[in-house]
Write a protein that binds this ligand. Structure first.
Ligand code: ACO
Length: 367
């Protein structure tokens, strides 16, 4: 499509290059995801979320990095206490980030120290809301625990076993960053106005809340429950195709090969003894689904996406499925804040043109 002055217009900005980044490469054709050049599989195998955060914020790969959850100050906690128990967990997270921003002077330009604060606040806020909505008291974080273990501790009131903490940490690494997706772009637009980091992260949470972006790994769980056993997979999937439904956890706008995040998380899931039966079902159903999708779309690969094994890992560590999207947001705070720092360094207002499609110039009615 072209505009009046022959400039091309692409709905949804699809295919438009809208910026530059050194943070990640999303190579959909070849199924690669690199953070500052390092493949996601290697980062999961050899890294931790705090190390990956430092990599994305500063470009360094520290020998060790520790990032503990931040205790919530009274103002943030009061905001969460006031929410209805059935509030969307993403709304709770957005409220907490916003209240934090209102209570502190979050100056321009954004800093790595601000990024550490907001990333360390997010799991505490989500865990506190997870308890408050059940009528339980929030728990102060233990400073010796890293973010993944600290989140589970604040949510459940017990220090998690090492395998669960490691599995969640791996998920946080995998979900930390993914190019110019809608929420990251939102954060960059807000930052480009020289607004503060809390505003940019709140806006990003709002964008991620939408079902077209935040995804639905919990739907993978319900799909597998409905299928029930590997023997029923073929019949169930054929029925879903007949009803015009999509298989949850398959297909991606960018990846035409196996989503590298799904591959990395599958390895993590395979090391989790607690979900052995469930994983067996997931793997068996995946095999059938991939075969049937290939038969249905021989020229257009529709492969496993990150949500399929996200569901396995998050369910395996006992997280309630309605917290899955907000846990994704917690993970993505690292990517958002890294992009906020990168955008602030560019310091260029993002303000595209729009194609006017209204009436030509005219006079107001006389009466
Ligand atoms: N099940 C069945 N058919 C599918 C699926 C699927 N999961 N995914 C794509 N297709 C079909 C489409 O219906 C389309 O068929 P058509 O040409 O007959 O209309 C064809 O494959 C091509 O579709 P794409 O161009 O590959 O898909 P698109 O880019 O429009 O959509 C999306 C991508 C939304 C992720 C889609 O694959 C989908 O709905 N998947 C299921 C939901 C899901 O798993 N979402 C999580 C994505 S990962 C994330 O967001 C972090």
């Amino acid at each position: 499509m072209t505009t009046q002055d022959d400039r091309p217009y692409s709905p949804g900005l699809q295919g438009v290059v809208a910026g530059e980044t050194e943070l990640s490469l999303v190579d959909g054709a070849n199924g690669r995801l690199l953070y500052r050049g390092y493949p996601i599989g290697e980062l999961v195998a050899k890294g931790t979320y705090p190390k990956v955060a430092e990599l994305l914020w500063t470009g360094t790969w520290p020998a060790d990095a520790h990032l503990a959850c931040e205790p919530l100050d009274a103002r943030v906690l009061a905001g969460l206490v006031d929410l209805p128990n059935d509030a969307h967990p993403m709304d709770a997270l957005r409220t907490a980030v916003s209240a934090w921003g209102a209570g502190h002077r979050i100056d321009w330009p954004p800093t790595v120290e601000q990024a550490r604060k907001v990333v360390a606040l997010a799991p505490s806020a989500l865990a506190a809301f997870g308890r408050l909505r059940q009528g339980l008291e929030p728990i102060r974080p233990k400073p010796e625990l890293d973010l993944a273990a600290g989140f589970l501790y604040q949510l459940n009131g017990v220090v998690p076993d090492e395998a669960s903490a490691r599995a969640l940490d791996a998920y946080l690494v995998v979900a930390a960053e993914h190019g110019f997706n809608a929420s990251t772009f939102t954060a960059r637009v807000i930052t480009s106005t020289r607004s503060d980091m809390a505003s940019a992260v709140s806006g990003a949470v709002g964008a991620l809340k939408g079902p077209l972006h935040g995804g639905a790994p919990s739907e993978v769980v319900s799909q597998l429950h409905q299928i029930g056993s590997p023997e029923r997979a073929e019949e169930w999937i054929a029925g879903a195709f007949d009803r015009g439904e999509r298989l949850m956890g398959f297909g991606h706008r960018i990846y035409r090969a196996y989503d590298p995040r799904a591959a990395a998380l599958r390895q993590v899931a395979e090391q989790m003894g607690s979900i052995a039966d469930w994983l067996k079902l997931a793997v068996a159903v995946e095999d059938v689904a991939l075969r049937m999708l290939k038969e249905r779309y021989p020229d257009h690969p529709v492969m496993t996406n990150v949500e399929y094994y996200t569901a396995a890992v998050l369910q395996g560590i006992g997280l309630p499925s309605d917290l899955f999207p907000a846990t994704f947001a917690v993970a993505r705070t690292v990517g958002w804040t890294a992009h906020i720092l990168e955008q602030a360094a560019v310091d260029k207002l993002i303000r595209p043109d729009v194609l006017y499609t209204g009436p030509s110039e005219r006079s107001l009615p006389t009466s």
